[in-house]
Each structure stands twice: as C-alpha cells, then as structure tokens.
Ligand binder design. Structure first.
Ligand SMILES: Nc1ncnc2c1ncn2[C@@H]1O[C@H](COP(=O)(O)OP(=O)(O)OP(=O)(O)O)[C@@H](O)[C@H]1O
Ligand SMILES: [Mg+2]
Length: 461
C-alpha cells in the first residue's frame, strides 16, 4: 500500500464499471472518486488534485479525449489511462499522442488494470522527483566558494555569470564583510582571463606617495629609494584582473591618473617615457556610498562612471538570514574538518536573530571562536559572544544630551571605553591582538588600556 494514498478519479457513464473499478482500487489502498462523464470529471479536478484519471472514451457531454486534453493542459501532474469497449488502433495511437499513459480495451483482467495503475503512478512519482531535482539544481547553494541559496544571492550568481565573460569594469558594493573580494575572485575565475593573474590592491592601505609607483611601476632612479626598475600592478596583472579594493580611499591625484589609464588603455611608469599598453580587467570594491562621495566632490564623477559600468551590490547578511544555517554549516566544516560538531538547542535561534553588523566575516569569526571553545562536543549557547547570546547591540547608542546636572566626562568615557574593550575581547575570544585590530588600535595601546581598567583577561598570544 502506498505511504500516502494516491487519489484516483474513475470516469465512466456506466455505473457497473465505476463500481467495479472503485472496489478493486480501494482494496489496493487508493482513494477513489468517480464521475459520470467528462464534464463532472472536470469539476472534480477543479476541486482537488488527482494523481491518476481512468477514463472511458465514449461519454455524453464531454468525451474521454476532451477530458484527456483538459488534464494535459490544466493538470500536467496527473496521469491518464483511457479505457474503451471498442478496440481501435487509431484511437489508441491518438490517445498516446495526446499524452495518455496507456489505453486499454474492455474487458480486462483485474490484475492487468492493477498493474497498469501501479506503473502509471510510479512513473508520475518519478517525474515529480525529477522536477524537484531540477528545481534544486536551478537553485544553487553556492557559486565557487561563495555560499548562499537566498534569492539575492541567486541574483548575484546570475549577474557574475553574465558579466564575467565580458571585459567591462565592475564595481562591487556592500557593507564590510559581505564577500566583495570573494565575488571579485569569482568574476575572475569565471572569465576567460582565469589562467592569467588576479592581483588585488587595497587602495586605503598604501601610503599616498607610494600608490602611483605601486600601480604603474617606476624606472630606476625616478625618486629617492627607486633603486631598481619596478613593474606596477597593472603590468603584473597584464591579461588578467586587477582588483582595486576600497576604491573610495583613492586620493584625488590618483583618481586623475587612474582615469587617464582607463581612457587611454596605456600607462607610463613613474619617471618613464615609454608608454606601455594596458590589458587589464578592473574590478573595484567599496563599502562606501560612492554616489554620495561623488555628489559631495570627494570622488571624481568621470572615474565613477568608468568603474561603475556594472554594479554588483552584495546584500547584508541580515537581509538574507535564510543563508545563515548554510553558512554556519560551511564554517563548522572549515574550522572543524575532522569532528562533526552539532549546535546545542537555542544556538541557531540566536545566530538567526542577531543583526550581524560585520556580516559574514563576523559570522565566520564567531563560528571559529565557538569551535575553539567547544572542542569536540556541541556548540553551546554559552560559547557565543555575550552580545550575540543576549541579542544586545554591541555598542550602546551614544548619549543624546548632556544631563541637567552635568557629568564626570573622564568617568563617563572610561565606562564606554571599558565596555567596548570587553565586547571586543568577547568577540575575539579573548585574543588581545585581534581585539586591537577590531578597534583600530595598536597592541601596545590595548595592553595599556586593559591594564588601566584592571582587565587583564586576555590570554597571551
Ligand atoms: N557568501 C559567502 N560564503 C562564504 N564565505 C563568505 C561569503 N561572503 C564572505 N565570506 C567570507 O567572509 C570573509 C569576508 O569576506 P570578504 O573579505 O570578501 O568581504 P569584503 O566584503 O571584502 O569585506 P571588507 O569590506 O571588510 O573588505 C572572508 O573570509 C570570506 O571568505
Ligand atoms: Mg574586502
């Protein structure tokens, strides 16, 4: 007997036939309904789903063939078996052509009809499974090393596929930690340039006076310290992709120079006279609102348009929470490759509820920390950083107004500093070096500040 009874509709104007089939099929565990002609059958089909229709051919009002056409058009998930009292090869062929599963002639043996029904239903199930599989294949769970099955991520995958083959410049935007660099690499490795270099440079991390030589190279002796000729990253990336990260940090002077290179597709090294051809695909990234920087004059509009031929906007993690379980599983596998860790009750709920201002990077760091703290058991709620456990905002909203009675500024700021230090330590699992990075201060500085508040809680690293 099938696990969930299949629903069968028996359509025949002859009452004895309806009764006979009903009894036979019910005995096999199917749910059977009957209709006296095609028109009544259409009404039944409108009211509910049937897995199979067994229909006579000759019937008043709507005949079997019209019913078959109706089912094929309106209920393609329903199989149809035609039965007739008059054996007729042409009709049989027509029935099969129109999509019937089988065509049988009366009289038939009990076992014969039972077997045909069983086969028809099995084939229907198989088709349903295939459709389901196809849907799952269409819905991708990852693209290269990018994980995510949510709609916004499907759109990102589609766009990467569409643009990767072309040479157009791409601007990847999104909050910090949303995967901009990952996407830049995916674009490169899905393009024809995949066998050529992928070169990344963080425009905000290089001192302004060195940036030009870093990008375009220099000739020997062109400035103090230029002891040898050096190729710039544009040359290193020749034929490949150059990823300009944090493009909003590009100083005004360099914006002009970059624009010229993009327009002329050639460059000159610092201190050089020769022009060199440029064959580089540019992908730029920013977590800033470049439109706003353009309108307040901090970023050149002409350069913006050159870089922003296609914009790939990455969603924040809180806008695609349905990807969190998938990402958690991915990072658990990454940080605990040999032991399969489980999540204790309540952990996933908290991970789903939290706002993730640091996006996937923050989720990744959190899972890494939990793996370290939990060893080889389950990830417990207690191993989560405090602010994720309690759902509190990691940084308190600053006070709006000075209280009437005034305040002790040093004490007030000290309390804020102390609480932020603790939160940073919490988030980095007590690793002071990483907490310092998180707060943009030096290791010396965090050590000093922790000592000042008597917070010697970090472990030595
Ligand atoms: N969809 C994703 N699937 C798997 N890992 C991801 C995904 N997005 C980001 N990551 C991981 O999160 C971390 C941060 O990603 P990435 O460096 O690409 O972010 P970003 O947008 O460039 O951040 P920032 O603006 O701070 O530079 C990396 O370790 C990356 O591998
Ligand atoms: Mg980045």
């Amino acid at each position: 007997m099938p696990e969930k009874a299949h629903r069968i509709l028996v359509v025949d104007d002859e009452e004895s036939m309806r009764e006979f089939l009903s009894i036979l099929l019910r005995r096999d565990g199917y749910q059977v309904e009957t209709a006296v002609d095609g028109a009544q059958a259409v009404a039944c089909l409108r009211d509910g789903h049937f897995d199979l229709v067994i229909s006579d051919v000759k019937m008043p009002r709507l005949d079997g063939f019209s019913l078959l056409e109706h089912v094929m058009a309106r209920a393609p998930g329903t199989a149809v078996i035609m039965i007739t009292a008059f054996s007729n090869t042409e009709q049989a062929v027509e029935a099969m052509k129109k999509g019937a599963y089988d065509y049988i002639t009366k009289p038939f043996k009990n076992d014969e009809i039972r077997l045909i029904v069983q086969n028809a239903l099995e084939r229907m199930e198989l088709r349903k499974e295939n459709r389901q599989l196809k849907r799952e294949l269409e819905q991708r769970f990852s693209f290269g090393s990018i994980i995510g099955k949510s709609r916004p991520m499907q759109a990102v995958y589609d766009l990467i596929e569409k643009v990767a083959g072309s040479r157009v410049n791409i601007l990847v935007t999104g909050e910090s930690g949303t995967g901009k660099e990952l996407v830049a690499k995916a674009i490169h490795f899905n393009s024809e340039r995949r066998d050529q270099p992928f070169v990344a440079i963080n425009c905000g991390a290089i001192p302004e006076n060195l940036l030009e030589s870093e990008l375009f190279g220099h000739e020997k002796g062109s400035f103090t310290g230029a002891v040898a000729q050096k190729a710039g990253l544009f040359e290193v990336a020749d034929g490949g992709t150059l990823f300009l990260d944090e493009i909003a940090e590009l100083p005004a002077m360099m914006q002009v120079k970059l624009l010229r290179v993009l327009q002329e597709r050639e460059l000159r090294r610092v201190g050089g006279t020769r022009t060199l051809p440029v064959d580089v695909r540019l992908v730029a990234a920013t977590n800033k609102d470049l439109n706003r920087l353009v309108s307040c004059g901090q970023f050149r509009e002409d350069l913006f348009y050159r870089l922003n031929v296609i914009q790939l906007a990455l969603p924040a993690l809180r806008e695609r929470r349905e990807d969190i379980p998938l990402l958690v599983e991915h990072f658990l596998g990454k940080y605990s490759p040999t032991v399969s860790l489980t999540l204790a009750d309540g952990v996933l709920r908290r991970l789903l509820d939290y706002g993730w201002p640091g996006n996937i990077r923050e989720l990744e760091n959190t899972i890494e920390r939990c793996v370290v703290l939990c060893g080889d058991g389950a990830i417990t709620v207690d191993s989560l950083p405090g602010h994720i456990r309690t759902g509190a905002d990691p940084v308190e909203a600053p006070m709006q107004d000075l209280p009437e009675e005034g305040l002790d500024l040093d004490n007030y700021l000290g309390n804020i500093e102390k609480s932020i230090l603790l939160k940073a330590l919490d988030r980095t699992g007590g690793i002071r070096k990483r907490a310092a990075e998180l707060l943009g201060i030096s290791f010396r500085s965090i050590r000093y500040r922790l000592a000042k508040y008597g917070l010697e809680v970090g472990e030595e690293e």
